[in-house]
Design a protein around this ligand. Structure first.
Ligand code: ATP
Ligand code: MG
Length: 404
């Protein structure tokens, strides 16, 4: 097979591949970008694999950076672009069912493709679009099948993360998992315990953001992989229900976790614990907490000005996206209009600040100052007072006397 109309990313990388070939080595596009091109999907990050060793790559190009030299990856800088070039390798020693700590460089493309996870990910492409298909990946792509390269049992034993990758590709591409590969998932699911939560987290989110998350979730539950993920053991029936939901369409990680928390009925006080167990960042946790509050408001038809103000437009629209899964969403445009009409969007928009209150009203710095500022903020928001400094100073004076 020859792919015509290669995307610009491939065409721009052509001189790099040609330079490696001119030095007497082989170099190919490999991995997700080749798979996605054949499927007609947009590509992101192209990977290049080569028979040249890292030191040899560094001799060919003037500008290189050792981005992952211990794994055989060198970044070549060309025309302001960076290309990651990885030497063909085998991963011979797997310890503890995790990715190997030791890699062996080889000259053979076949050896390199053999250690890849699935046949659809084990294709290589020359700079002019010729596909090298040593494991029937093209046929599996055509038939929408995820199949381990070689023996699934062995491959999951070598690296248990591949099991999560199998089910995330099932969701992302809406593909079927081949029978032997599927059986091996169930057999080896407990090995997932050996994998760092952060890496499982990444795959799980890709699964939820995929084209068919329901199918991914179904495999997740049926294979028992779910049981070796943080906290999920107590929610098997909820996750099964989720795999039967009508339409799940998510566009961000915050939306994905918010949906999970809503479906699992995790209370607001437990969100923190739950997301920490999944090793989530503080930023993610804060955002999810805000979205869950907004989601409850949207679902219960009580979206106040205060709620919109506290949530902010971006998270408000995410909450609305999650509400849409339950047919409880508001019209996104109307929600945007309502938000935009708020007299202020944050404290920074107030026509008065603490310093002015100290100087012009004579309020002492301290708790009372904060109290007066937040009363003013709320009154501006509810349009009880115009956001205008003389008016606000007047109200501040009254408040000072009242709170004295
Ligand atoms: P994505 O579109 O998510 O980037 P991808 O297939 O490019 O998908 P990457 O994680 O970027 O996935 O990995 C690039 C390639 O490296 C894969 O296509 C596969 O060939 C190989 N690979 C990645 N992780 C593994 C693994 N755990 N075991 C074997 N091969 C792997
Ligand atoms: Mg990739």
């Amino acid at each position: 097979m020859i792919v015509s109309n290669l995307a610009d990313d491939f065409i721009n990388a052509e001189p790099v591949i040609k330079a490696i070939e001119n030095a007497g080595f082989e170099a190919y596009f490999v991995g997700g970008s080749v798979r996605d091109t054949i499927l007609g999907l947009p590509i992101h990050d192209i990977d290049i694999a080569t028979s040249a060793y890292p030191e040899e790559i560094k001799e060919i190009f003037n500008k290189t950076v050792d981005t992952g030299i211990q794994h055989g990856t060198v970044m070549v800088l060309d025309h302001g672009e960076g290309y990651e070039i990885t030497t063909f390798r085998t991963e011979s020693t797997y310890q503890d069912f995790r990715r190997p700590d030791h890699v062996e460089f080889v000259r053979s493309l076949e050896e390199d493709l053999k250690r890849r996870d699935f046949t659809i990910n084990a294709l290589a492409m020359t700079h002019d679009g010729r596909i090298i298909d040593l494991f029937n990946g093209l046929q599996d792509l055509e038939n929408h099948i995820i199949r381990a390269v070689g023996t699934a049992d062995e491959r999951f034993n070598e690296d248990a993360l591949r099991m999560m990758r199998a089910i995330r590709f099932a969701s992302q591409l809406d593909f079927t998992i081949e029978m032997e590969t599927k059986k091996a998932l169930k057999k080896h699911a407990p090995l997932l315990k050996k994998i760092a939560i952060e890496r499982i987290h990444i795959e799980f989110i890709k699964l939820l953001l995929g084209k068919n998350p329901q199918i991914g979730l179904r495999h997740f539950v049926e294979s028992d992989l779910v049981k070796y993920c943080p906290e999920f053991n107590n929610y098997l029936s909820e996750l099964t229900d989720m795999s039967k939901m009508q339409s799940i369409k998510l566009t961000s990680e915050v939306a994905a976790w918010s949906l999970i928390i809503h479906v699992l009925k995790i209370t607001e006080t437990n969100i923190n614990h739950f997301l920490i167990s999944w090793k989530s960042s503080n930023e993610l946790i804060t955002h999810v907490q805000i979205v869950i509050k907004a989601l409850n408001g949207i679902i219960h038809d009580s979206v106040s000005r205060e709620l919109m103000y506290e949530t902010g437009l971006e998270l408000l629209l995410i909450a609305n996206e999650v509400a849409a899964i339950f047919n409880s969403n508001l019209d996104a445009e109307m929600l945007t209009v309502a938000y935009t009409a708020l007299p202020i969007k944050s404290k920074k928009d107030m026509a008065i600040n603490g310093r002015q209150l100290i100087k012009d009203v004579g309020i002492q710095p301290g708790e009372k100052l904060g109290q007066i500022l937040s009363i003013l903020e709320n009154r501006i928001l509810l349009e009880e007072v115009p956001n205008e400094s003389t008016q606000l100073l007047k109200v501040a004076k009254q408040l000072m006397l009242k709170l004295a």
